[in-house]
Write a protein of this length. Structure first.
Length: 251
């Protein structure tokens, strides 16, 4: 029987550096089909309707079967369970899209250095995120960068007045960005990263789109705020605290 979990050494490495990977999830050919389906079922209709990204880039695991099947793949679920344990709550999904340079208009595709926990404060602070490459992700089109070990402390964040998407950025005087690791991924590969790991991505100055999907996972005892109103999927196990609004997967 295939074991999709992590080794003890890999789990130790994740906790030491705050991220882990890359790992293969599905083949490049399989991801090409996923890409086509998401483009046709989600991205193209949303763009045609003139929707803002907040209206169709988030939480599509709740209503799109293709997205759900990708995020519930055993290779991701069992590896996540090696870190978080046998009860996995999928509470959030984000599409991370940087359009080709010629299609960007005035949309700044640079994402500032930040820790995710500066934007939400779960109690306790136990969140595991994955970054799944739908398109090839390179330095040229703005791949994510991380600073290993940065999850072991909280960094002060500075408010960015007028920012539409990322209103906080880590104080650049408190870390050395030259220590960054560039996370380049092939379509169908993914990494894990901690909610407190400093990460950043530069603008896409190429003519190649960069599209990734970030599922956010936690465990039933974590309070994300108003749990009873938060629709979640259980990727593994059960909500033994009975506090989330657990829904059925899309058909």
């Amino acid at each position: 029987m295939k074991n999709d979990g992590l080794t003890k050494e890999q789990v130790r490495q994740y906790h030491e550096q705050g991220w882990l990977g890359p790992f293969p999830l599905i083949s490049a050919a399989e991801m090409a089909e996923v890409r086509r389906t998401i483009d046709e079922q989600i991205l193209e209709p949303g763009h045609a309707q003139g929707l803002h990204e907040r209206e169709y880039f988030h939480d599509r695991h709740l209503d799109n079967r293709c997205v759900y099947e990708l995020l519930s793949h055993p290779s991701l679920v069992e590896k996540a369970a090696s870190i978080l344990g046998p009860h996995l709550v999928l509470w959030r999904t984000n599409f991370q899209i940087k359009l080709p340079l010629s299609q960007q208009d005035d949309w700044d595709t640079e994402i500032p250095w930040h820790q995710d926990c500066a934007y939400y404060q779960p109690s306790p602070n136990v969140i595991l995120s994955a970054w799944i490459a739908v398109d090839e992700t390179t330095r040229a089109n703005g791949c994510m960068q991380v600073i290993s070990g940065s999850h072991k402390r909280l960094y002060p964040h500075i408010i960015t007045p007028g920012a539409e998407r990322f209103g906080k950025a880590a104080d650049p005087t408190t870390f050395d960005a030259s220590d960054a690791v560039h996370i380049e991924l092939k379509p169908g590969e993914f990494i894990f990263f901690n909610e407190s790991t400093l990460h950043y991505s530069p603008p896409n100055k190429s003519e190649t789109r960069r599209f990734g999907i970030t599922p956010r996972l936690t465990v039933p005892f974590v309070d994300l705020g108003r749990r009873q109103d938060l629709k979640v999927l259980m990727l593994k196990g059960e909500d033994y605290m009975a506090t989330y609004d657990v829904v059925e997967p899309p058909v």
